[in-house]
Design a protein around this ligand. Structure first.
Ligand code: 44T
Length: 835
């Protein structure tokens, strides 16, 4: 016994000694950590804190914020050193210590996001919001990724009763006709699988490649008490193996892995793989055994030749001069959505638009033509498409107009009785694929009645492509070219050769510069560029008292004065391609700094400089001169200040750019006396509307549209309050108030905005109804007289809308109070009755 006690004592003594040692180690480490923080040695400080908090968890509360500070500082350094793996390891260690800390979670998400790991980032933002629903940062971050993880069309499709009914009927018919085993490829929220199960299919499998959608499907299936009935797999169908993942080949594949261009989600490869590996043999002639089949059974793609000014101004630079700068010859601007038979894979094959909602509308120049048919139940047919089967089609022009684009849509034949059309004049949630036409000679776009447009339809990399081959003019056809015995085929080849001769000849001198559609719209926007030119000249003349009247060219200025004159400095920090520095340089005695980043943008600006005989010295590229991209806002030279700083305040999607007020605060300190920030102030405008269309895109509207299944609560977790990229001019809605000014952001005095503002404005109701959303747009005031309206029909900006959590009933003639909050560049709104 004595011995046992002795041993216990010894252990206790050792323990006491250990704990004293531990205390001392902790104290020393705390001391070192704090010293390192003072020395800005964040890596070592972080390591010391890690040790402290592992040894003494009771200190976690006390040191939480200091620990976070050390972690974030060290993470920044690791990021700058390109040691992102080390950075993530630090975050993971930190989260082991503080598993329920929303700030660390959110910060981890931000790091993942900026390195491109969006799925993972979303998980952390989501967790941060759950841990602390009041964290505005985490919420905004979550909204940003939610938009990307669960695309808004999921809501639209789930709300589309016609589509849901059609799929349900087709699946019921197939199951009742004997399909026992079903595989749902790209299950999304699992709705088609649930149709199959409810129709009586004994074995239902489903696969989904997106982790977020797979998790959602699991939740939805459980919410509908079918978790034992549907086997969900988080994988691409191509990786599904029999019997490893599913025990048997299936008799029915259901899928809706189609995009606006039909093939863009890879349905051709998906079904080739399924026919070879996952489906029973196709239907035998005598129907004697259980066979495999696919819903949809097939599809027919239709096309049309279209005139559409809105698509034209986004995909083709058609102005030859921009506020005094000639852009006609030196550079060939082109949209990334390319529609020529020489198109390379780097190009996007098509844009998508809901043609019924394109501002300014469109005009059909031809009848719809059949472009392609595909039988999803025929492996042979699928393989011929994958092999690049191409089809040359001649389309008769029936209306005079401009050849702006081809559009395509399709009819999805689910089975013999049920089909869905995605056509432009259909009541459908679908967009159409748009193939803009570009690079014709300026006079080549006009087509007349009787002309023939020759095009190729094919599917080279499993994306549908429609390429213009040539236009046969009615006069040429009439004058016997096709009646001299030459077949159309040969004739077209001839034209083809001529056409490509024509373009290669053009290519030799011009520099190619590929611009985003919104950048093209900006170049075409005369009002935007002229407004900037006028506002810039006003500031310049106020700062150069000697220079009255029209400005002289930079060269004249130097020549006439005969000695070195100090130029005025102008900085343009617009995102993407901007020609404003050239417009400014052309005004004379100016040194313009452009912050374009892409090589092709720099080259284009240099070519335009030369072409416009502007002195080379008057344009500088700003970013390459700086050590880091986030240091754009500095003095032009150590002893100089800027006369004008142009900030890009609004994103093309209609939101205020992140950190713009912070940028303003810095910019303000870099301005010479009398210098200006453009825009000087921004006024946010908005109005109350009732819009069912916006609601449909915003969240699943109960169980009715999903035919009784409970899907809404799960997917609506990904609902976001602010919708972007709207065309307000064509959004189906009823205005319930006049437009009102909501908030003024003063960029010349950014401190008064403090990055966070809140006001309440009175709104008069002009029509009774349910307010569902508040669209908003901006007036950018370059000065007191000149402003740009982001909702105008020449704008390269789209609009945004704040969708209310619940519709708000309003009565005509009454007044309401609309609260507007602006924080960290995010706008939110609340509506209430005046008390
Ligand atoms: N867009 C429609 C596409 N998937 C619709 O991860 C229509 C767009 C649209 N899973 C406006 C309106 C509309 N194996 O969750 C996705 C995707 C998944 C697969 C497993 C595969 N081989 C695939 C391929 C895709 O399937 C789901 C649906 S795909 C797209 C559907 C309202 N803008």
């Amino acid at each position: 016994m004595a011995e046992v006690n002795g041993r216990r004592k010894a252990r206790r003594g050792r323990k006491a000694g250990q704990s004293a040692g531990r205390r001392e180690l902790v104290a020393r480490s705390v001391h070192s950590a704090e010293q390192c923080l003072r020395d800005r040695d964040y890596g070592t400080a972080y390591a010391h804190f890690l040790l402290v908090l592992s040894l003494a968890p009771e200190l976690k509360d006390h040191f939480k914020e200091t620990f976070q500070y050390a972690l974030f500082k060290w993470a920044e350094e690791l990021y700058a050193l390109n040691r992102s793996q080390d950075m993530f390891n630090c975050y993971e260690q930190a989260l082991e210590l503080f598993p329920r800390d929303d700030v660390i979670c959110n910060s981890m998400g931000e790091q993942l996001f900026r390195l491109g790991f969006r799925d993972e980032a979303a998980g952390y933002f989501y967790k941060a919001v759950r841990l602390n629903p009041n964290s505005a940062d985490a919420r905004e971050n979550f909204y940003r990724v939610a938009n990307w993880l669960v695309e808004r069309w999921h809501f639209v499709m789930l709300n589309d009763v016609k589509r849901n009914l059609m799929y349900r009927k087709a699946i019921e018919n197939a199951v009742q006709a004997g399909c026992k085993t079903v595989l749902d490829i790209g299950t999304g929220t699992g709705i088609l699988s649930m149709f199959a199960k409810t129709a009586g299919a004994p074995n239902v499998y489903a696969c989904e490649l997106s982790k977020t959608m797979f998790d959602l499907a699991c939740e939805v299936v459980a919410a509908n008490h079918m978790e034992g009935d549907i086997k969900l797999l988080h994988m691409k169908s191509h990786d599904v193996q029999v019997p490893k993942h599913i025990p048997e080949k299936v008799s029915l594949v259901v899928t809706e892995t189609v995009d606006a261009g039909l093939f863009g989600e890879g349905i051709v490869e998906t079904l080739i793989h399924a026919w070879k590996n996952l489906l029973l043999e196709p239907k035998p002639k005598d129907g004697s055994y259980e066979y495999g089949q696919v819903i949809p059974a097939g599809a027919v793609v239709y096309g049309m030749v279209v005139e559409c000014p809105e698509i034209r101004r986004h995909h083709r630079v058609f102005v030859s001069e921009v506020a005094g700068v000639n852009i006609a010859e030196a550079v060939r601007f082109s949209s990334p959505v390319h529609c020529s038979h020489k198109s390379s894979e780097a190009n996007e094959p098509y844009a998508t638009e809901k043609m019924s909602r394109v501002p300014g509308g469109y005009k059909a120049l031809s009848q719809p033509f059949l472009a392609l048919t595909v039988d999803f139940n025929s492996l042979e047919d699928l393989e011929s498409i994958a092999a690049g089967r191409s089809c040359r089609i001649s389309v008769l022009v029936q209306e005079q107009g401009q050849l702006d684009c081809f559009i395509t849509w399709f009819v999805l034949h689910l089975d013999k009785e049920h089909s869905l059309s995605t056509g432009p004049s259909e009541e459908t949630c679908w967009e159409q694929a748009v193939f803009p036409i570009q690079n014709l000679p300026a006079d080549g776009y006009i087509v007349n009645c009787g002309d023939t447009v020759v095009l190729d339809v094919h599917c080279p990399d499993c994306y549908l492509r429609v390429d213009l081959v040539t236009v046969l003019r009615a006069v040429e056809v009439d004058s016997g070219m096709s009646s001299d015995g030459m077949s159309l085929e040969n004739e077209v080849e001839l034209c083809d050769a001529l056409a490509s001769l024509h373009t290669t000849h053009q290519d030799t001198k011009q520099e190619l510069c590929i611009l985003e559609p919104s950048e093209i719209a900006l170049l075409n926007n005369v009002i935007y560029n002229e407004s900037f030119k006028n506002a810039i000249s006003k500031v310049l003349s106020s700062l150069q008292p000697g220079m009255n009247g029209p400005f002289r060219n930079a060269n004249d200025a130097e020549a006439s004065e005969g000695h070195f004159v100090d130029p005025l400095y102008i900085l343009d920090v617009s995102e993407g391609f901007s020609i404003l520095p050239l417009i400014a340089a052309k005004l004379g005695r100016v040194k313009s700094y452009s912050s374009v980043e892409e090589e092709q943008h720099c080259v284009a600006l240099e070519m335009l400089l030369e072409r416009n005989s502007i002195s080379k010295d008057s344009l500088e590229f700003w970013l390459p001169q700086l050590e880091a991209n986030d240091e754009v806002l500095q003095r032009p030279k150590s002893d100089k200040l800027w006369s004008i700083i142009i900030l890009d305040v609004i994103e093309p999607c209609g939101l205020i750019r992140q950190e713009v007020m912070e940028k303003c605060a810095i910019a303000r300190c870099l301005l010479q006396s009398g210098g200006k920030i453009f825009p000087q102030y921004v006024v946010i405008h908005g109005m109350l509307i009732e819009s069912n269309a916006l609601l449909q895109e915003s969240s699943v509207q109960g169980t009715e549209p999903t035919l009784g299944f409970t899907i809404a609560p799960s997917i609506n977790q990904f609902k976001v309050p602010v919708h972007v990229f709207l065309n307000l001019a064509t959004l189906p809605c009823v205005p319930l108030s006049d437009p009102v000014e909501l908030l003024r952001l003063d960029l010349m005095n950014p401190y008064s905005n403090h990055c966070s503002l809140a006001t309440e404005v009175k709104v008069r109701i002009c029509k009774s109804g349910q307010v569902t959303a508040i669209p908003f747009w901006y007036h950018l005031h370059l000065d007191e007289d000149i402003h740009l309206d982001t909702s105008s029909d020449t704008s390269h900006w789209k609009q945004a809308a704040f969708v209310l959590e619940e519709p708000f009933r309003v009565e005509e003639g009454k007044e309401l109070l609309l609260g507007v909050q602006f924080q960290n560049s995010n706008v939110s709104m609340t509506l209430r009755q005046p008390s």
